[in-house]
Design a binder for this molecule. Structure first.
Ligand SMILES: NC(=O)c1ccc[n+]([C@@H]2O[C@H](COP(=O)([O-])OP(=O)(O)OC[C@H]3O[C@@H](n4cnc5c(N)ncnc54)[C@H](OP(=O)(O)O)[C@@H]3O)[C@@H](O)[C@H]2O)c1
Length: 334
């Protein structure tokens, strides 16, 4: 195949606070045909995720910052168009970390094979992908057991909705918070949460107390700040916190003071465990076995919000911070 012209999204400047469209550019580039051992892939779905906000800062973290003027990276599922690697043939479905672009050429070792039998293929970015794995790993991290009460913030998002469903399937009593009535309905009716409340319409502290008058055993933190404070108060003696994310502070310019009631950790002998999905790669098969079986038998629902076109990917990403997604936010490419 000869050269093709494709579009990719680049980081144009580092955002201050909430990112806006000017922080990004949509560039056209020419792709060379694949050389020996390489594969040309057309992305079908790309992922936008809150963690990407951290990589837009010029700050050392667990993954390096995105480079200015270079295409962004992120989860993607695509179809092999041309292969010069023995592991893949045209038509194969693959996942990669080469999202934010329409096509790419990569060596075979940068790709993971996926099956067309799983539909929609965007499930590989959500329930059976990185965010589903995060949910599963969080429950494993603190050994969530049947009969326990678990509270999940950011519950109607990609990680939260899977964490809640898996906890329910493990026999827990599950409480979730989210930011709209539509999301509460989704949590109660589709994800079978026992209780769900809207953190925007009242105090989290009061609503959590009403939902769990006897307290909670586990808190799955996707949000941080006041929600973490409320959970610290609600946790029982020997309770555990899965420190997964802190989306409420990702756009802050300066760090906020920590929870005012951290002394609960001492008085109630709490455990806070940090979760990084990257640490769990070698448990991928265990995750696939549990989540994949539940998904195929209809016990684990995959919900997603689909935005169409690479030109709308930036808006989809920014929309995460305004709660515009129910379930996993994905971008479908033509
Ligand atoms: N540790 C890891 O390895 C790992 C891996 C993946 C994700 N994460 C973290 O897990 C969390 C969830 O990620 P996700 O991919 O599943 O995203 P998501 O929940 O699908 O999307 C983000 C959601 O966060 C909520 N939100 C936005 N701003 C908020 C605020 N100020 N306060 C409270 N809620 C807010 C919005 O829902 P509402 O309408 O409910 O506000 C929005 O829909 C994030 O913190 C992410 O960074 C961690």
């Amino acid at each position: 195949m000869s050269k093709i012209t494709i579009r990719e999204i680049r980081l144009a400047s580092r955002p201050k606070r909430l990112p806006n469209a000017d922080n990004f550019s949509l560039a056209q580039v020419e792709l060379e045909p694949p050389k020996e051992g390489h594969v040309l892939v057309r992305n079908l779905y790309i992922s936008v995720d809150p963690y990407m906000r951290g990589r837009m800062n010029d700050r050392k973290s667990y993954v390096p910052p995105f480079e200015l003027g270079k295409p962004l990276e992120g989860g993607a599922v695509g179809e092999v168009v041309e292969s010069r690697a023995s592991q893949f043939k045209a038509g194969d479905i693959v996942t990669s970390n080469l999202g934010w672009r329409e096509y790419f050429v990569a060596s075979a070792k940068e790709l993971r094979p996926a099956s067309r039998d799983i539909q929609p293929l965007s499930v590989y970015l959500g329930t059976l992908g990185m965010t589903g794995m995060t949910a599963w790993a969080g429950l494993e991290l603190v050994g969530v057991k049947a009969g326990e009460v678990i509270y999940i913030s950011g519950a109607a998002g990609a990680v939260g909705s899977v964490a809640g469903q898996l906890a329910k399937l493990r026999g827990c009593r599950v409480i979730g918070s989210a930011g709209s009535d539509q999301k509460l309905k989704f949590l109660r009716e589709e994800c079978r949460f026992d209780r769900a409340f809207n953190y925007k319409t009242g105090s989290v502290f009061e609503q959590l107390k009403l939902a769990a008058p006897e307290g909670i055993d586990v808190y799955f933190d996707n949000v941080g700040s006041e929600t973490l404070e409320a959970a610290l108060s609600a946790l029982r003696v020997h309770g555990r916190i899965i420190a997964c994310g802190s989306i409420s502070v990702y756009n802050d310019e300066k760090p906020r003071p920590g929870p005012s009631n951290l002394f609960n950790v001492t008085t109630k002998r709490l455990t806070i465990k940090g979760l990084l999905v990257l640490d769990w790669v070698d448990r991928w098969k265990d995750f696939e076995k549990e989540a994949g079986t539940y998904f195929r038998t209809g016990k684990l629902k995959h919900r997603e919000t689909v935005v169409e076109g690479i030109e709308n990917a930036v808006a989809a990403f920014i929309g995460l911070f305004a709660g515009q997604n129910v379930g996993k936010m994905v971008v479908k490419l033509a």
